[in-house]
Design a protein around this ligand. Structure first.
Ligand code: SF4
Length: 98
């Protein structure tokens, strides 16, 4: 998995189930600017549990988490502390990182 260069050497791991440009389309958006994001936005970013270990999964890097929110929650339930075990904190986390 290609890591966010800003997270190299840290215990943070980006995760982005959504693909493609964010449809919200904010004018100042870094994520939607062609070639600006560190990974191909047409591909999901889903670190494996082995890659994450005891680290923290940052959901949702770049994209707006409220777009396809139920899908985002479902796709990330595998991670420790995910929505299946702690629904409210996970939901708060999703909102914070949108
Ligand atoms: S990712 Fe965030 S900043 Fe970019 S268009 Fe979507 S909501 Fe706006």
């Amino acid at each position: 998995m290609k890591r966010n260069p800003k997270q190299e050497g840290t215990n943070l791991f980006d995760c982005k189930p959504q693909t493609g440009p964010c449809p919200v389309g904010c004018a100042e958006c870094f994520y939607n600017r062609p070639g600006a994001f560190y990974a191909d936005i047409e591909q999901p970013i889903m670190p494996t549990l082995d890659e994450v270990g005891d680290g923290i999964v940052r959901i949702n890097s770049g994209h707006d988490s409220n777009i396809g929110r139920d899908e985002v929650i479902r796709a990330t339930e595998q991670y420790p502390g995910g929505s299946s075990t702690r629904r409210s904190p996970s939901s708060t986390f999703l909102r914070r990182w949108s």
